[in-house]
Design a protein around this ligand. Structure first.
Ligand SMILES: [Fe+2]
Ligand SMILES: [Fe+2]
Length: 327
């Protein structure tokens, strides 16, 4: 700052703060405010902590959100300035107003909770919700050299979240008119979604465990058969729904000859959204699904790009075409 006078610099900072929604303050270690733009002054006044406490808080935790007057939130950043011999330590504080972003996140959280409550009400039996919520899922990393996976996290209520994500995909495609296609039945798909993994049993693992998935996780068709038995024997679901549940881990080539052809479009669609929901739930994938007559287009974006895929499936013919990845 050679050649710039401190008062010129302070004036420039004040003018900048008029144009950009930031608060800037210079404080010392004892909490005395040496300089503050109007927004920073307001923040010191509006929080119940008092200026001295705000200063200590910002200095102790350099990047986090502080709440001032009702519904106002500020992100705070602090930096210790070079010490001046014989003077107290001084800190530069910068506040940016993140109220809009923070309030939107709260709204989304409330909407999500309401949607999940709506699902819980839809479930025919409270024991179903408790059972689904009790089954964890795991996040993992696959090592292609050894064929083993390393557990990286535990998703509490994993199967419950997986079911919710399938229901969202059904709702999305319902809104696009898919259930008007002969052979597609919304109620059957919803019932299959709720019951299909009900009898899944997961091994007890912890982050850091390295395991061979084929040895530790039981083959999917076992829980599919158990879930179908519960759906049929206890909940008296229709034969079509029971078949969708029973064969949701079978590939089309593995289906028994007696599998009814009229169920194939729903079977294909259910297996597709089961896999997409697993990607959303376990890998944090973002999925865009578009319906066009008998075809469903899927664009799947994953945090790990190797899992990305674009796919078009014709629900009537079963033909699936993987397309080159978009930009
Ligand atoms: Fe399953
Ligand atoms: Fe599933």
């Amino acid at each position: 700052m050679d050649g710039i006078s401190p008062s010129d610099f302070a004036q420039a900072v004040c003018e900048l703060a008029d144009y950009f929604p930031v608060g800037i303050a210079l404080v010392d270690e004892s909490g005395d405010v040496l300089f503050a733009t109007p927004m920073a002054e307001n923040i010191f006044k509006e929080t119940k902590m008092g200026a001295e406490e705000v200063v200590k808080w910002c200095v102790a935790k350099p990047a986090q959100t502080i709440k001032s007057s009702p519904q106002r939130y500020y992100r705070c950043w602090s930096r210790k300035l070079s010490p001046v011999p014989g003077a107290k330590d001084r800190y530069l504080l910068v506040f940016s107003d993140v109220s809009a972003e923070h309030n939107l996140m709260n709204l989304l959280k409330t909407a999500k909770e309401e949607a999940e409550q709506a699902l819980a009400v839809m479930l025919p039996d409270l024991r179903l919700a408790a059972r689904l919520q009790s089954i964890v899922e795991y996040t993992d990393e696959y090592d292609p050299r050894t064929g083993k996976i390393r557990i990286t996290g535990i998703i509490s209520q994993g199967v419950y979240r997986h079911v919710i994500n399938i229901l969202k995909l059904i709702a999305d495609t319902f809104n696009q008119g898919l259930m008007e296609l002969p052979g597609m039945e919304k109620n059957s798909l919803v019932a299959a979604a709720i019951f299909h993994d009900l009898a899944k049993v997961q091994p007890v693992l912890k982050p850091g465990d390295v395991v061979n998935p084929r040895e530790v996780f039981e083959p999917g068709h076992l829980h599919a058969f158990r879930s179908a038995a519960l759906a049929e024997g206890i909940y008296r679901l229709s034969p079509d729904v029971v078949l969708l549940i029973k064969y949701h881990h079978h590939s089309e080539e593995e289906l028994p000859p007696e599998f009814p052809p009229h169920l194939l479009p729903m079977y294909r669609f259910f297996r597709l959204i089961d896999g997409l929901s697993a990607a959303i739930t376990r890998r944090g994938a973002r999925v865009k699904i578009t319906v066009e007559a008998t075809k469903v287009h899927v664009a799947e974006n994953n945090p790990v790009p190797a899992y990305n895929r674009n796919l078009t499936m014709d629900l009537y013919t079963g033909q699936a075409i993987a397309q080159p990845l978009g930009p």
